[in-house]
Design a protein around this ligand. Structure first.
Ligand code: CMC
Length: 427
């Protein structure tokens, strides 16, 4: 092992440099404060590895995303969401028997406590589905108290299965509540994604026919959103979990973080932006706004903290968007606007210099909209899929013997100590 020397005020100290199986080495500075009395300063964690993980690897410069070593393109093309969920949780692709057992276990947890339906009725009908999801998922610990003992490995596994299984039911119920239609119970004879489509768009009065192209595209979207290393919401889940909070509470925290427009909310924002642009002729106006330092406008669905190359997920979705729209016979000018916007932005010096490429959110909204989801449901679908990654990362953390409560420090720039002044003596 090599060491890095950090010298402060003429006093040098040695810090071990650790190598992972891929990606940059890290300088282990855990002893820095004890040795020197200094903290490191890294707002936004641009240079900080917050944990050790074996789940997901991203090479942002090359545009590579691997889950347990498998490239995302291969998983999106050849696997299924449920198999990817197994892979993220267990580290290996399942054998046929393991796959069937996992499917059986997940299927047995798809229903939600009947009283949860009453819980939904406490929300306004026009509540954003993400507001409902935060509340309902947080409430799961009140309904499933028998899987909240985080020190019991068996309870941890049951909580994982419950979360993966119930998220489609919960998201579909959020949708049904918003449109005033009756909730549909899960149909366990269907695939994970087919079941979700039926619970969302089916009605009790008639059978729901699943379109295999739509089912396949949505399953791909779920695979592409399943995990993404230590992003903001995953770090939130880990930080919440580091205090010993139960997994349902941790996932609710992740959902809250995902909601922001810089993170999961960008898919909704991207489609709204494309609709606002409306037609290819207006693109230059929006490109100019995105480049204007005095305008807070950004091209939504463009740019990424880690990818400084084409987001591999956006590639898969760009192709899927054409297929879904063709199959459904939809001619959406938004897709033409998106393709043209991508073409113009990728040949513009501003975007080239800053290495801003389309990200996963650029095309996903077009597909989701063609399937029939309102924009307000987009981030809820992201949360549904990302729950698998969150819970896999939470499990990994719980099994890590080095795990301690997350407690960042700060660079304090407020007042130093000063004495209290009684109110009648303040100027
Ligand atoms: N449009 C125009 N300029 C941009 C954009 C954009 N979409 N993204 C970054 N820039 C500029 C930014 O103004 C800055 O310029 P300068 O160096 O002159 O100040 C430079 O590029 C670097 O940006 P940054 O904000 O420092 O980069 P970041 O790593 O902190 O932010 C980001 C990453 C994803 C928040 C940002 O690119 C963004 O806001 N994109 C739009 C929102 C979006 O699509 N988010 C989805 C992310 S992918 C899904 C997910 O992981 O949840």
């Amino acid at each position: 092992m090599t060491n890095a020397t950090i010298s402060i005020d003429g006093k040098a100290g040695e810090y071990p440099v650790q190598s992972g199986s891929a990606g940059p080495d890290v300088v282990d500075i855990r002893k820095l404060y004890a040795n020197t009395g200094h903290f490191t300063f890294d707002p936004g964690f641009t240079s900080t590895a917050s944990c050790e993980s074996k789940i997901t690897y991203i090479d942002g410069d090359q545009g590579i995303l691997l889950h347990r070593g498998y490239p995302i393109e291969q998983l999106a093309e050849q696997s299924s969401f449920l198999e990817v969920a197994y892979l993220l949780l267990n580290g290996e692709l399942p054998s046929k028997t393991e796959h069937d057992e996992f499917k059986y276990l997940i299927t047995r947890h798809t229903m939600v406590h009947e009283q949860l339906a009453t819980f939904y009725r406490g929300f306004r009908r026009d509540a954003h589905p993400m507001a409902v999801m935060c509340g309902v998922v947080g409430a799961l610990s009140a309904f499933y108290h028998d899987s909240t003992d985080i020190h019991d490995p068996q309870q941890r596994v049951i909580a994982c299965h419950r979360l993966i299984a119930k998220m489609p039911t919960i998201a579909a119920m959020a949708y049904k509540y918003s449109v005033g239609q009756p909730f549909l119970y899960p149909d366990n004879s269907l695939s994970y994604t087919g079941n979700f489509l039926r619970m969302t768009f089916g009605v009790p009065a008639e059978p729901y026919i699943i379109n295999p192209v739509v089912e396949d595209a949505l399953d791909k979207i779920f695979i592409l959103h399943a995990d993404h290393e230590q992003n903001a919401s995953t770090s939130t889940v880990r930080l919440a979990g580091s205090s010993g909070a139960n997994p349902f509470a941790c996932i609710a925290a992740g959902i809250a973080c995902l909601w922001g427009p810089a993170h999961g909310g960008a898919n909704e924002a991207a489609l709204n932006m494309l609709r606002e642009i409306g037609r290819p002729e207006r693109i230059p106006e929006f490109i100019a706004r995105a480049k204007n330092k005095d305008d807070p406008f950004r091209l939504m669905g463009f740019g990424h903290r880690v990818y400084k190359n084409y987001d591999p997920r956006a590639k898969v979705l760009g192709a899927a968007a054409t297929k879904v729209l063709d199959t459904l016979g939809i001619s959406d000018p938004v897709l033409d606007t998106a393709r043209e916007l991508e073409r113009i932005a990728l040949s513009d010096d501003y975007f080239i210099e800053k290495k801003l490429y389309p990200n996963v959110d650029f095309y996903s909204g077009i597909i989701l909209s063609a399937i029939g989801f309102p924009t307000s449901m987009f981030t809820a679908l992201f949360a549904l899929a990302r729950t698998t990654g969150w819970i896999a990362q939470w499990t990994e953390m719980m099994e890590d013997n080095d795990q301690r409560i997350g407690r960042p420090r700060q660079l304090y720039t407020g007042y130093p100590r000063r004495d209290y002044v009684p109110i009648d003596q303040r100027s």
